[in-house]
Structure formats: C-alpha cells, structure tokens
Design a protein around this ligand. Sequence first.
Ligand code: DGL
Length: 282
Amino acid sequence: MNHPARETGAPAREKPIGVFDSGIGGLTVVRALRELLPNETIFYLGDTARVPYGGKSAATVERYSLEIAALLLEENCKTIVVACNTASALALPKLEETAPVPVIGVIQPGAEAAVAATRNRHIGVIGTRATIKSGAYERAILALDPAVRVSARACPLFVPLIEEGWLESEITDRVVRQYLDPLVRDGIDTLVLGCTHYPLLREAIGRYLGDAVQLVDSAQNCATAVRQLLDAEDLRAASVTAGELSVALTDPPDAFLDVARAALRLEIGTVQLRQVIHPAKS
Ligand code: DGL
C-alpha cells in the first residue's frame, strides 16, 4: 500500500521496528532481526493475554491483530513486523490497508525461500490449524511457481510442547515423527516451519528429517525481508549505536519466556505490560 503521510529520513530511521506475535514465539523473529540488523531498536509486543491465535477464527485473529498493531503505533514504530504466522495468514491484508506505516509478515518471505530451495518442486508446510486452514502458504507459493506441489499439515501439539520447554524429549521426537511422516512419505524435499514457535524445534525436526529435506525458517527469511524493506524505504537506522530491545506483553510472562530467552540467547530486560485498546478502529 501507499503511505502518503509516511515519514522517511533521519527522525523516522531512528524509530523502533515494531514486532508482534500472539505470544512469545515471535522472539525467534526478534533473534533473527538482532543478528541481521544490530543497530535497529525493536519494540516487541506479545499478546500473551490471548495466546494462542492458532485455533481461533479468521475474524478474531484479524481483530486481535489490529488491536495489537494499534499498540505498536502508539510506540511510534516505523514499521510493523507481523512475527506470527497465524496473524500473517489471516490479518495481513487488513493491517496493510489500515496501518500508516509499512507492514511485513512472515508468509511471503517464507514462500519465496521455499520456492528457491526446492529441487523436486514439492514443498511441505506446517503450522497452526488456522494457518493451514487459511491456505495462505499455498497461495503465496503457487503465485510464485504454479508447478510446485504443496503438502500442508497442521501440527497443533508442537506449540504446547515447545512452551513446556520439551525441545529435546523422546515424546517430542515421537510427535515430530507422527506429524511429519506423511509429508516425508509424500516426497517433500523442503519443509516450511510455518509457525514462529517452530524454529525452537529445529533440532528435533532436523534430526528426524535428516539431510534429505531442507528446512525453511520463517523467522530468518522474515528478517531478511525486513532489511530489504528498510533499505527500500530509506528507514535503516544509522550504524553508529547498537539498537535496543524492549519487550512488552499483554499478560505477565510465564515460564515460556525463560525457555525462549535461554534457547534464543536473547538479552531481555524488564518486561513491560500493555493493555489492549478496544475496539480497533478500521
Ligand atoms: N504465533 C503463532 C504462529 O506463528 C503460534 C502460536 C499461536 O497459536 O498463537 O502461528
């Protein structure tokens, strides 16, 4: 979308990148952004009061996403990164239509990386029920290459296993096998981790799949797309100071924040609390 009132230039460049997720999982995107864009200040907002989004209806996910984006705009963010596959799948068009700043999601970058990676043109996609039901990855992949075959599967047990911190566990390995076996037998050579939690299961998934299937991490590809966007819009922060990271949640953190902090080796200071503004005006 065109943003006629959008600021560019030095003051806008020094504003934070706003990143949001349904909860804590989007910190995988923050981790990738910190590595790729160390001078950028990031304001992360996790909607922990209402997580998970993955089993909710499209209308609810869209409403929640607009409300969370409104909070990021209050923080004066120069761009909004939808670090949640479910929100990207269901709310991106509405966010792009209504936000006065550029909005970027995880689906398009993931689809592009998958199409670039596949050799046999058979891509697997895993995600929450809502993401898979939306068909957003299939649409994005087929728009890039109509000859690609997509096998998609919802893996709803992955999120609770990850939040429990069972990243290395026999039970998790069995669940991974149960979900992924049909995709492997179907012949995929590339698998999109279409949920922001899933990079935390990369080891377990990689162990099961071996070298035959390439993993596409939506977090890393999203960070690369954010860098391209900032360059294209002249919004890249000056490279003299290290960017800061602020983390806010809509409900006080639980043990999963510690799991994510340790797994991602992220320096997170005091977690702030934010209240959702009702209703979202669109
Ligand atoms: N953040 C969600 C996603 O990437 C997973 C957790 C949820 O269901 O809210 O799809």
